[in-house]
Design a binder for this molecule. Structure first.
Ligand code: NAD
Ligand code: DAU
Length: 350
């Protein structure tokens, strides 16, 4: 089965992954349709993430909440929407520990509102972008498959798990057309600097401490964001209705190894001694409920839809460090005010 969406409602398209997906759509000559980007523009959303990258005649940005059913329904009517890709979410685990309410509201109630609109408009295909964190934590061996039981550890992952369940339940009960993807940790340009990789890069540039939670041996499976965008396009256009696809980079690294790799790359770029930068590593109090290891089996996506990641971690991280070096002033402007307060509050608690 193939779909050729011509009017895509992207929710949360001003965030990190949603903006990469929209940039990819407009860079692809095979896509001639239009994009409506519905984004609440929270602290994590920035329209400038798409500056210069979109075809203005085919792009509309609407500031609004996915929980506003009337607004979403009106946009679907006005733009003849035939597909929704739902990126909109509160996405940071540490924030969910400090304040779960908005995670329940946006990630669960917001997804419910979108599904209610699709229930009334069954010609729309709904793709739900989710996370591997719904599966909980792995021991030293094994991989998450699409059959792994859900076992979320944080309010963030619990809210994503709930939204995944709603999507599948709506598909089975009301027969709407849906797909779900569960992806591992993304990295790359435009990543909001509260997350490990951009935070460490910017702190290295500024000579600040590098906070490493616990013993630094938690493992994440890293994927370059553009590879995720490619996977999402493959699933949106060719994924089987009702199916779930795991997306992962097959790049398992401990946090401390990632930090040391970033130190190496920044030392090279800035001509600084590695030892000086390494002395900035600070082991801080662990994240409560911190999942030990994530690792994804993406063989279903690879064999059914022919996707595979194009970037290895080495070249992807080097590209990311260069991007932050070139855009440091802009990113620092983005992470002012409320972000600084949040960072102080988060680390003061440790
Ligand atoms: P992000 O925090 O960078 O962006 C989220 C976007 O959603 C922002 O633009 C924000 O303004 C918008 N938003 C928030 N609440 C909204 C609401 N109520 N209505 C409309 N828009 C709203 O997040 P991201 O890292 O780009 O993640 C996007 C999606 O991918 C999320 O659903 C996340 O769970 C999932 N995901 C992320 C990763 C990752 O490593 N970042 C990995 C797997 C899955
Ligand atoms: O696995 C997919 C998930 O990846 C997504 O669903 C989330 O939206 C995304 O934020 C990410 O979650 P993580 O919690 O894994 O990402 P984060 O960058 O916050 O942390 C990565 C690892 O680094 C994690 O083990 C916690 C640790 N960490 C994080 C920060 C911010 C530190 O050691 N120090 C830090 O300062």
């Amino acid at each position: 089965m193939t779909r050729s969406p011509q009017s895509i409602l992207v929710t949360g398209g001003a965030g990190f992954i949603g903006s990469a997906f929209i940039r990819r759509l407009f860079a692809d000559t095979a896509f001639a349709g239009k994009v409506v980007n519905l984004d609440l523009l929270t602290y994590a959303g920035n329209p400038e993430n798409l500056k210069g990258a979109v075809d203005d005649a085919r792009y509309t940005l609407v500031r609004g909440d996915i929980g506003d059913q009337k607004l979403v329904d009106g946009l679907c009517e006005q733009h003849g929407v035939d597909a929704i890709v739902n990126f909109a979410a509160e996405s940071h685990v540490d924030r969910s520990i400090l304040g779960p309410g908005v995670f329940v509201q946006t990630n669960i109630v917001g997804t419910y509102a979108l599904l209610e609109v699709v229930r009334k408009r069954p010609s729309i295909h709904f793709h739900h972008v989710s996370t591997d964190e719904v599966y909980g934590s792995l021991g030293p061996t094994g991989l998450f498959t699409e059959q792994t039981a859900y076992d979320p550890s944080s309010p963030y992952s619990a809210s994503k798990a709930a939204s995944d369940h709603l999507v599948r339940a709506y598909q089975r009960t009301y027969g709407i057309s849906t797909t779900v993807s569960n992806c591992s940790n993304n990295y790359g340009p435009f990543h909001f600097p509260e997350k490990l990789i951009p935070l460490v890069i910017l702190n290295l540039f500024e000579g600040k401490e590098l906070p490493v939670y616990g013993d630094g041996l938690n493992v994440r499976d890293w994927l370059f964001v553009d590879d995720h965008a490619e996977a999402l396009w493959a699933i949106l256009t060719r994924g089987q209705v009702g199916q779930t696809y795991n997306v992962g980079g097959n790049n398992e690294w401990t946090n401390i190894a990632i930090v040391k790799k970033l130190i190496e790359l920044v030392a090279e770029l800035k001509g600084k001694p590695k030892s000086e930068l390494e002395s900035s590593i600070r082991y801080v109090k662990d994240r409560p409920g911190h999942d030990r290891r994530y690792a994804i089996d993406s063989s279903k996506l690879q064999s059914e839809l022919g996707w595979s990641p194009r970037h290895d971690l080495e070249s992807g991280l080097a590209e990311t460090v260069r991007w932050y070096a070139d855009n440091a002033a802009w990113v620092n402007g983005v992470r002012s005010g409320a972000y600084r307060e949040w960072i102080d509050q988060n680390y003061a608690a440790r």
